[in-house]
Design a binder for this molecule. Structure first.
Ligand SMILES: [Zn+2]
Length: 155
């Protein structure tokens, strides 16, 4: 009986670890893209370029491997396509992001050049969230989440 309890406790500990791993924190305050393994952090840097970092389950940055990232954003009739080059532990876009508010962004990540691509779509709202410390596109507070509805959120 005692071994069963220990096994159960280990199982519960394992489960809570697994769910904690799903909610990794962006190390640089960017947006987490969790539709790809390893997860990626999408960040607009001070030069208005996009930085992509890959994260392990603990949220630690891991050097890019063979990933191929493409970002298509802005005006749908005349979208801006950005390609990425490796720079140390991250990928950096070849161009700056276009001007505009809440530009639609499509991020495509292939784990290898011939792999199926994972896609993340969101709008790039660079305004600072009134509730948490991040920009809206990388917001980590609960607004927009299902559990808390839209309370305290006016846009
Ligand atoms: Zn927020």
């Amino acid at each position: 009986m005692k071994t069963n309890i220990i096994a159960l406790a280990a199982l519960i500990a394992g489960l809570s670890f697994a769910s904690a791993a799903e909610k990794i924190k962006a190390p640089n305050g960017g947006r987490i893209i969790d539709s790809v393994e390893p997860h990626a952090e999408f960040l607009i840097n001070a030069d208005k370029k996009i930085e992509i970092r890959f994260l392990d389950d603990a949220g630690k940055v891991v050097a890019p491997a063979a990933q191929v990232v493409t970002v298509t954003m802005g005006d749908r009739a005349n979208p801006t396509k950005l390609a990425f080059a490796k720079d140390g532990d991250k990928l950096v876009s070849d161009k700056t992001i276009p001007e505009g508010k809440e530009l639609p962004v499509v991020v495509q990540i292939k784990t290898a050049p011939d792999a199926k691509s994972a896609t993340a779509k969101f709008s790039l709202n660079l305004a600072k969230c009134p509730t948490c410390e991040h920009a809206e596109y990388a917001c980590t507070c609960a607004h927009g989440g299902e559990e808390k509805g839209h309370e305290g959120h006016d846009h």
